[in-house]
Design a protein. Structure first.
Lengths: 183, 451
C-alpha cells in the first residue's frame, strides 16, 4: 500500500530497520496517520489509517443537474436504465388503505441501491398501482454498484402503492412498494 | 505549460494513484468528491477537496476546476475520462485536459468509427459491420450475419464495458438480439447503433499500451487480460504469456500504426482479440485513457504512466524513445472487489472494519493500490474495486509466487470480497500454465476447481 503521507519507500525503510530488531509489531500514530506493521509467518503486513481531515476549497456544492450518479460509464447523458421509463409515474403514490381487505405486504430492497420502475428508458414500468402480481413477478430493479438486481414481488396480490419513487435511492431492507396480498 | 494544481475528477484507488504521482512531482491536488466520498481516504489525502453532485456532470467538473483555480483536470478512468465534451469544455475554459484531444476521443469512443480507423491504418479487423435495425424485419442485419457466418457478436457502437454485447448462434435469434442490444445501448450510451462481428472462441484478450505526443507514438509492451467474467477483467499480466515473437511484434506494430494514424496524444491502449490457435489477431477497440491494469506495465517498464500523461499534457515531446523502453521480468495484478463469488458476484457494499495488506521491502516486487482502510464506507453507488495487488518477479513463476504470498497476507473485513477466489485461481494448474482464453474463468467457476 502506498498511501500518503507514507510512501512505499518510507514503509520499506521502516521495515529494513525493523528486520534487524527483535520486534514483531510496530504501531505508529501521528495526528495524520496510523501505521501498524506486523511480522507474520508469510512476511510483513501493514494496515494504514489516514487520520487527517479533508480540507474543502469551497463550501458551496458545484452542480448543474440535481441527480446523483449511479456508476461508471463514459457517457454522461441518459445513462441510467429506467430514468425516462418511470418519469411519468414519478412521485410516491400512497396506498389506499380503504381499498380491499387483504394484508399489506412490503416488498423490500434486497441491497442498498437505486430503484428503477422500468427495464429501460421509454419502456413501460414493470408494475403500476393496481397491477396484479404473482410471487415471481418482477416489480422493479435495484441498481447496486453497476449491477442491476431484479426484485420479485415475493407474494401474490395487487400493487397497493409505491414507497420509493423511480430513480430514488433505497436503503437495504427499505420498503419499495406494498402489495395487498391475496386472502 | 507547467501544471501546478490538478483537479482529479474521479474517486477510489485511481484518485489515490494519480495523487501519489502529483505529490512526487510537486503538483497540488484538488479532489472533486460527491457527498458519499467527502470523508473517504482519497479526500483525506488530497491537498484540497471540492464537492460536486456527480462525477458524470461535465459542467460541474469544469466549474469545480475553475473554482479551485486548477490548471488541469485528470479524469482517471471511467466516468468522464473518454468524454469528448469534457475535453472541449476544458479547452473553452482554458483548462488542460489530461488526455487525448476531443477528436481522438470521438474516434475511439464510437466503436464503429474506431473500426474504420483501424482498417485505414492497416489493422486486421473481424468480418462485420453496422447492423441496421431499420431494415425490414432486420433483413439487413440477417444478410450481414449470413456473410459473416454464425456465431456472431452484437456490439454497441457507442461504448464498451460489456453493455449491449450479445452472442448469437442461431439466425432465428438475431433480430431479437439486435433489438435488445440496441435498446440497451441507447439506455447506456444514448446511441442505439449496434454492429455485428464474427464471434471467435476460444480467444485471448491482449492489449498494447501506447504513449503518444501527437507526433510520435511508442508502445510500452503488451498485457494479457483474458481472465474475465462478463467482460469485466479480474487478473491482468504483462507481458502476455506464451505468445510467439512474430505475433507479439505484430500486435505491438499494429497498435503503434493505429496510434500514428490517429496522431495519438496521451496514454492509451489498443485492445486485440488473439486467436492463438491460428496465430492471428484482430483489432477490438481503443481505450483513450489510463487503464485499471496499467501498474503491470509500470512494473516491467519502470515508467510512471501518470507522470508521462502529465508531461504530455504539458505539451512536452515524448521523453522516452522506443529504443529506450526495456522490459524486465513479469508482473501480475489481481483486482480485489467487494463482491461475493459464491452468490453470483453479488455486490457487497458496507463498512470496512479491517484492511490489512502485505508490506514489502524495496525490491520485493510488491505493490498495492487501494483507497480503503478500517472505517471506510464502500458506497453502493459506484463500482466494487477495493484494491489492486500487483506482484513483479524475474519471470512469470516468481511473479505468481510473490502474488500468492501477497494475497495470503491480505485481509479485508466487513464486506465480502473475492480474495479467496483469487487465491484459488492463482493455484489452478491451467492458470499457472499461462495463456488461458477469455472463457477460462467462467469454465473454472462452474467446474470442480472452485470450492
Amino acid at each position: 500500500m502506498d498511501l500518503n503521507p507514507l510512501t512505499n519507500e518510507d514503509v520499506a525503510d521502516i521495515l529494513a530497520l525493523l528486520d534487524s530488531l527483535p520486534y514483531d509489531e510496530l504501531d505508529l500514530e501521528t495526528p495524520r496517520f496510523r501505521l501498524t506493521l506486523r511480522r507474520t509467518p508469510g512476511g510483513w503486513t501493514q494496515s494504514t489509517q489516514v487520520l487527517s481531515v479533508p480540507e474543502p476549497v469551497a463550501t458551496t456544492t458545484v452542480s448543474h443537474r440535481g441527480a446523483p450518479d449511479h456508476g461508471d460509464v463514459t457517457s454522461s447523458s441518459s445513462r441510467t436504465g429506467a430514468e425516462e421509463g418511470g418519469r411519468a409515474a414519478d412521485g410516491v403514490e400512497v396506498a389506499d388503505e380503504a381499498d380491499g381487505d387483504g394484508e399489506l405486504v412490503a416488498v423490500r430492497a434486497p441491497l442498498p441501491g437505486t430503484f428503477y420502475r422500468a427495464p429501460r428508458p421509454g419502456a413501460a414500468p414493470f408494475v403500476e398501482v393496481g397491477s396484479r402480481v404473482e410471487a415471481d413477478t418482477v416489480i422493479g430493479i435495484v441498481e447496486t454498484m453497476k449491477l442491476m438486481n431484479s426484485v420479485p414481488a415475493g407474494v401474490a396480490g395487487v400493487v397497493a402503492g409505491f414507497c420509493v419513487a423511480n430513480a430514488e435511492f433505497a436503503a437495504q431492507g427499505a420498503a419499495l412498494l406494498r402489495i395487498r396480498a391475496d386472502q | 505549460v507547467i501544471l501546478r494544481r490538478v483537479l482529479i475528477a474521479n474517486r477510489g484507488e485511481i484518485a489515490v494513484r494519480v495523487m501519489r504521482t502529483c505529490r512526487r512531482l510537486g503538483i497540488e491536488t484538488v479532489l472533486a468528491v460527491t457527498a458519499a466520498d467527502a470523508d473517504a481516504v482519497p479526500a483525506r489525502l488530497a491537498d484540497k477537496t471540492i464537492e460536486i453532485t456527480s462525477y458524470l456532470d461535465v459542467d460541474a467538473v469544469v466549474e469545480a476546476a475553475a473554482a479551485a483555480r486548477a490548471d488541469a483536470i485528470h479524469p482517471g478512468y471511467g466516468f468522464l475520462s473518454e468524454n469528448p465534451r469534457l475535453a472541449l469544455a476544458c479547452e473553452a475554459a482554458g483548462i488542460v485536459f489530461i488526455g487525448p484531444g476531443a477528436d481522438v476521443l470521438e474516434a475511439a469512443g464510437d466503436k464503429l468509427a474506431a473500426r474504420g480507423h483501424a482498417v485505414a491504418a492497416g489493422l486486421p479487423v473481424l468480418p462485420g459491420g453496422l447492423a441496421d435495425p431499420a431494415g425490414e424485419g432486420g433483413a439487413g442485419a440477417e444478410a450481414l450475419a449470413g456473410r459473416i457466418g454464425y456465431p456472431v457478436l452484437v456490439k454497441a457502437a457507442g461504448g464498451g464495458g460489456g453493455r449491449g454485447l450479445r452472442v448469437v448462434r442461431d439466425p432465428a435469434d438475431l433480430a431479437g438480439a439486435v433489438a435488445v442490444g440496441s435498446a440497451e445501448a441507447k439506455a447506456a450510451f444514448a446511441d442505439p447503433r449496434v454492429y455485428l462481428e464474427r464471434y471467435v472462441s476460444p480467444a485471448r484478450h491482449v492489449e498494447v499500451q501506447l504513449l503518444g505526443d501527437g507526433e510520435n507514438v511508442i508502445h510500452l509492451g503488451d498485457r494479457d487480460c483474458s481472465v474475465q467474467r462478463r467482460y469485466q477483467k479480474l487478473i491482468e499480466e504483462a507481458p502476455a504469456p506464451l505468445l510467439g515473437d512474430a505475433l507479439r511484434d505484430g500486435l505491438r506494430n499494429a497498435a503503434v500504426a493505429l496510434g500514428e494514424h490517429l496522431r495519438y496524444r496521451g496514454a492509451g491502449t489498443v485492445e486485440f482479440l488473439v486467436d492463438a490457435a491460428r496465430d492471428a489477431f484482430y483489432f477490438l477497440e481503443v481505450n483513450a485513457r489510463i487503464q485499471v491494469e496499467h501498474p503491470v506495465t509500470e512494473a516491467i517498464t519502470g515508467l510512471d504512466l501518470v507522470e508521462e500523461q502529465i508531461a504530455i499534457a504539458e505539451r512536452r515531446p515524448l521523453r522516452v524513445r522506443q529504443q529506450d523502453v526495456t522490459f524486465t521480468g513479469h508482473a501480475i495484478e489481481c483486482r480485489l472487489n467487494a463482491e461475493d463469488p459464491a452468490k453470483d458476484f453479488l455486490p457487497s457494499p458496507g463498512t470496512i472494519t479491517g484492511a490489512v495488506f502485505p508490506a514489502g521491502a524495496t525490491g520485493a516486487g510488491l505493490r498495492v493500490d487501494t483507497h480503503v482502510q478500517a472505517g471506510s464506507m464502500v458506497p453502493p453507488h459506484y463500482d466494487s474495486l477495493l484494491a489492486k495487488v500487483i506482484a513483479h518477479g524475474a519471470g512469470r513463476g516468481e511473479a505468481l509466487e510473490r502474488l500468492e504470498d501477497a494475497l495470503g497476507r491480505c485481509a479485508i473485513d466487513g464486506v465480502v470480497t473475492n480474495l479467496d477466489m483469487h487465491r484459488k485461481l492463482l493455484a489452478d494448474p491451467e492458470f499457472e500454465a499461462g495463456g488461458v482464453d477469455t472463457g477460462y474463468l467462467t469454465r473454472w467457476l462452474s467446474g470442480a476447481g472452485h470450492g
